[in-house]
Design a protein around this ligand. Structure first.
Ligand SMILES: [Cu+2]
Length: 177
């Protein structure tokens, strides 16, 4: 869920930037575009390597200046050639036979109203070896997620303590009556 939150934060930031630009510059007649869907979907795990990446936007985006960087698990750039934009869909060919691992996508396009928008997604190629070692991979992936969720865990702990304290207090009050 963390990558999704990051994307949403990035989208919110670009939307805020657009709103700011709209407010300062032109009257708010035109609307900026936003990412509607990504293929592979953000945070998804694929059984096989995808041949290309597709980003669908809420409006027609400009091909000029459209950039997509796809970085593999080893830090290698795996985008193959320039991104192609047809209407509201951007397609980025990828290297053939991507190795198993997680890939980071960073995109930037100019929306129809002339405002640049950008964001990030990730996807994971499971591959044969990774699929066989699936549970092990999940366990190692769960470790950082667990540590990052210590905040909510502490919150739940505090809530439990509060509930117990209220219950004890109520019991004491009842005892006095
Ligand atoms: Cu805009």
């Amino acid at each position: 869920m963390a990558p999704l939150r990051r994307v949403l934060a990035a989208l919110a930031l670009s939307l805020a930037a657009c709103a700011l630009l709209l407010g300062v510059g032109t009257p708010a007649a035109s609307a900026h575009d936003a990412l509607v869907a990504a293929t592979p979907a953000d945070g998804s795990t694929l059984p096989a390597a995808p041949g290309e990446l597709a980003l669908e936007f809420s409006g027609v985006v400009q091909e000029l200046g459209a950039q997509v960087a796809v970085t593999g698990p080893g830090g290698d750039a795996v985008a193959q050639g320039p991104a192609e934009v047809v209407g509201s869909t951007l397609t980025q060919p990828l290297d053939a036979d991507l190795a198993a691992g997680t890939y980071a996508v960073a995109w930037r396009v100019t929306s129809a109203d002339g405002h640049p928008i950008s964001g990030t997604t990730t996807f994971t190629v499971a591959g044969d070896a990774a699929a066989a070692a699936g549970p092990v991979q999940e366990a190692s992936a769960a470790a950082p997620a667990g540590s990052s969720s210590s905040g909510p865990a502490i919150g739940i702990g505090a809530a439990v303590v509060l509930v117990v304290a209220v219950a004890l207090a109520a019991r004491q009050l009842r005892g006095r009556r």
